[in-house]
Design a protein around this ligand. Structure first.
Ligand SMILES: Cc1cc2nc3c(=O)[nH]c(=O)nc-3n(C[C@H](O)[C@H](O)[C@H](O)COP(=O)(O)O)c2cc1C
Length: 251
């Protein structure tokens, strides 16, 4: 089993050491291989904010670097750990730049068959929630099978350290267990709404967002799957609702 780890810390320290613990526990349970990608060492240019990837398609991004190589790595791994520290109640700039560079996947999600574990390391509880939320955006259609936040405070006594160690172990066991389950891409209610909103917007903004229009125009849902009658009704009603809202300029 191949696990890809994407680390958003500008240094090889707490976040890396926490993932090493996860790797160690994981290897005690199942046969797995970890590959580490440090954003600090990867050639991923700074997003220029030109909007080209979103409007005209990611293939037209003016930055020619390792972005598509990362996409390939994510797609071919059996599971992905997105790991980042919490800096000032958010992810640090390296991870934020990664999020911005992949912003087009919010319009056209990509990773429906992938499984993710999200890890935030932090000095306290301050800002963990918002950092985790930022990381969640990057999953883009994939299945989050585990969310873990870990404290690295110097004030942690032995008892707290032990509890924390147990937490990392338990989460790793859960991650390992779910990794072995068959990948599922069930259209959840929120994904049906997401699909409807973007499909409606892509029709109305087809000249300004041609890449979205091409992506959605012949799709009943993000991926090819059998939708039940309830799911079809949800898509129909909410697409009409969003058409109305977009036309009226209300969204
Ligand atoms: C610039 C900076 C800002 C930070 N901001 C926060 C914060 O808002 N909340 C918090 O709990 N910890 C904060 N921390 C502590 C880190 O989240 C914590 O030490 C983390 O484990 C560092 O991981 P790293 O060694 O991989 O960089 C901050 C650390 C730095 C360097």
């Amino acid at each position: 089993m191949k696990i890809l780890v994407l680390i958003g810390s500008p240094r090889k320290a707490n976040t890396y050491h926490t993932v090493q613990k996860i790797e160690q526990y994981h290897k005690q349970i199942s046969d797995c291989e970890y590959e580490y990608l440090f954003l600090k060492d990867i050639n991923l240019g700074l997003c220029k904010g030109c909007f080209t990837c979103i409007a005209k398609g990611e293939e037209n991004c003016p930055l020619k670097d390792d972005r598509d190589w990362i996409v390939q790595k994510i797609k071919t791994a059996d599971g992905v750990i997105l790991a980042s520290p919490n800096y000032a109640a958010n992810v640090p700039w390296l991870m934020k730049n990664y999020i911005d560079r992949f912003a087009y996947t919010l319009h056209r999600p990509k990773y429906f068959n992938q499984k993710f574990m999200l890890l935030i390391t932090s000095g306290s509880f301050m800002g963990v929630k918002s950092a985790m939320k930022a990381l969640s955006i990057m999953v883009s259609g994939g299945n989050v099978i585990n969310r873990l936040s870990v404290l690295n405070s110097p004030q942690m006594n032995d008892k707290k350290q032990k509890i924390q160690e147990e937490k990392i172990k338990k989460n790793t066991e859960k991650f390992a267990k779910l990794m072995n389950k068959k990948k599922s891409s069930k259209p959840t209610f929120s994904y049906l709404i997401w699909f409807s909103a973007f499909k409606a917007a892509s029709e109305i903004n087809k000249n300004s967002l041609p890449a979205d229009y091409q992506y959605y125009k012949n799709k009943d849902y993000f991926i090819n799957c059998k939708l039940n009658i309830f799911q079809r009704i949800v898509i129909k009603i909410s697409t009409n609702f969003f058409r109305f809202m977009v036309r009226k300029g209300l969204v």
